[in-house]
Write a protein that binds this ligand. Structure first.
Ligand SMILES: [Zn+2]
Length: 168
């Protein structure tokens, strides 16, 4: 099985840094001043740019996934769970998971693919994809772990293998 991990694109992090910079610049301008109006406009433009970049990235990625696969399994995350952890919340926000699933859904429909949504309670991260034993809950910052059976796992790849099993 070939696994591919897709990271958040760098340009989103860069654009995000620019948004923060513009936010700081705005907060330093005097209320009611012309400069403040200018800074507001600059910030709005940066926000618009990052939103477009994100949308474009999600469209290209969802299109590629739908092109390359007949069956697609997605994890459905409860946003409440994810937002508990600031770091994860940020990365979920970055790739806008819900929007991504929405795109996969309508593109799968259009191109006759099967999209399976995993139950939010399916323990994709806890199950060892090698021996099938359900281990303990793993904290969000555990990126790699070793099962009692000796199998070494990358958290996300192990979870994605488990999700893929739902397709069979
Ligand atoms: Zn195992």
């Amino acid at each position: 099985m070939v696994s591919e991990k897709i990271e958040n694109p760098r340009f989103l992090c860069q654009s995000e840094a620019k948004v923060k910079k513009s936010q700081r610049a705005l907060s330093r301008k005097k209320i009611g001043s012309k400069n403040r109006e200018k800074a507001k406009l600059i910030l709005a433009k940066k926000h618009e740019k990052i939103a477009n970049q994100r949308k474009d990235f999600l469209h290209k990625l969802s299109r590629r996934i739908v092109d390359e696969n007949q069956v697609i399994v997605v994890e459905t995350l409860t946003s409440k769970d994810m937002m508990k952890n600031h770091k994860v919340a940020k990365s979920i926000g970055d790739v806008s998971w819900y929007e991504f699933v929405r795109q996969l859904e309508y593109k799968s429909n259009f191109y006759g693919r099967t999209l399976i949504k995993a139950d939010p309670w399916y323990a994709s991260t806890q199950i060892c994809s090698t021996c099938g034993v359900k281990g303990e809950k793993k904290a969000m910052d555990v990126r790699e772990w070793t099962c009692a059976c000796g199998a070494q796992h990358d958290r996300d790849i192990n979870a994605s293998i488990n999700l893929l099993m739902l397709a069979n």
